[in-house]
Design a protein. Structure first.
Length: 396
């Protein structure tokens, strides 16, 4: 089969595209690249290639290029009758406008089973939503490991993720525009509930609070609009527990290296055990993981999904310590990682301390994780799922 990938805007998404296209090429398929920053050159070449070879599907992450148009004002993918495959790396409520306007021939992959339910509830225009668990970037980690001189692990604990408070604040709606209830008090109640019950999804919390406001019978369209308006709560809850996880470790004497923006804004950022490593490229993250004894993860409020920190940490042969989800309990049930509950986050120092206290046991844990990730959790394995679904949707 012949595929096109859209790249050129975000290095993380480009990395995923590289890993997936490489896996497809290894399986005997052809992949060409559309460069989003230079469509003037890449688009004519793509159309010429399609006329000769026929592109079976264009594969994009987070809706890239979904609305490319024709001279006549139509959608390019509809005009060319090409299946548009959209792989979301974040919750669908961050992409409401895009998902409402996907090309007619579409196939959506989401990284949490709850996201499948969300899409099926609110987007009748989407032909199919399929759960696709996060995957590790085996090729990139293999390349990064070649640059590592030895097997030393000089970083005790690594958290690779930002505290993007400024970004979250930019998502807060104008509460005065919401006529059904007081937006400020509503958001406070929701956030308090999310912090108090970390097992609940953000959309479920919002729907329950809407019911408490007497709005259980509003239209699905208005319900979706309100969930989209209050999606910033998801980021605040995620950021709260992310900061708590790192802080409780630092305050209990563990040295933690953090990658990404925002950590310097913490009021405890002067803690001697916090090492702010700054922002690096997606591929540079792997160099740090390869130096780490423990890769710490908190999920991005995915209650039935994963995060790429988990398989990437495993492929880097670090011991992975993560909060739990329905998916993780099933996917890693044989001691491939250490899981904890956000509700018991104060137990994290004891959990991490036990991992770090026994080098032999830690290395055995790391090896189990590595073997599991290589076997079941790389983009090569995910490409099989993607191919199967594409074949189902291109039969006609």
């Amino acid at each position: 089969m012949n595929f096109a990938f859209i790249k050129g805007l975000y290095d993380t998404l480009d990395l995923f595209s590289e890993e997936l296209s490489s896996a497809l090429e290894k399986a005997g398929h052809s992949c060409i690249i559309l460069t989003a920053t230079d469509l003037g050159k890449s688009l004519p070449s793509f159309i010429e290639y399609h006329a000769i070879h026929h592109i079976d599907a264009v594969i994009a992450f987070n809706n890239l290029g979904y609305n490319l148009g024709t001279r006549e004002g139509g959608n390019l993918w509809d005009a060319l009758q090409i299946l548009y495959v959209d792989i979301l790396m974040d919750h669908p409520f961050h992409f409401d406008r895009q998902l409402s306007s996907l090309p007619k021939k579409n196939l959506l992959f989401v990284i949490d089973q709850n996201h499948v339910d969300y899409v099926e509830r609110y987007y009748d225009n989407i032909k199919a939503a399929v759960f696709l668990p996060h995957a590790g970037c085996a090729d990139a980690i293999r390349e990064a490991s070649k640059e590592k001189d030895n097997d030393s692990r000089d970083i005790d604990i690594l958290y690779a993720g930002a505290l993007s408070r400024v970004l979250i604040e930019s998502l807060i709606p104008d509460f005065d525009s919401i006529k059904e209830f007081d937006g400020a008090s509503f958001s406070k109640r929701c956030l308090d509930r999310l912090i108090d019950d970390s097992s609940i999804t953000t959309e479920e919390c919002i729907r329950q609070e809407l019911s408490n406001e007497g709005l259980s019978s509003i239209s699905k369209e208005r319900e979706r609009e309100l969930i989209t308006d209050f999606r910033f709560l998801d980021g605040y809850a995620t950021s709260f527990f992310r900061e708590q996880a790192v802080r409780v470790l630092c305050e209990n004497g563990f040295k933690v290296g953090v990658l990404g923006i925002g950590w310097e804004q913490c009021d405890w950022a002067d803690n001697e055990n916090l090492e702010i490593l700054g922002k690096v490229s997606s591929k540079e993250v792997f160099s740090y993981m390869l130096r780490s004894k423990v890769v710490l993860n908190t999920l991005t409020w995915f209650k039935a999904g994963s995060h790429d920190r988990i398989p990437n940490g495993m492929l880097s042969k670090a011991a992975v310590v993560t909060d739990d989800s329905d998916y993780l309990r099933k996917a890693f049930s044989n001691g491939e990682c250490v899981r904890f509950a956000l509700s018991d986050i104060m137990k994290l120092p004891g959990i991490v301390g036990e991992v770090l206290s026994d080098d032999k046991a830690r290395k055995e844990l790391s090896e189990r994780g590595y073997e599991s990730a290589v076997k079941d959790h790389t983009w090569e394995q995910r490409s099989i799922i993607i191919l199967d679904e594409i074949k189902k949707h291109t039969k006609d």
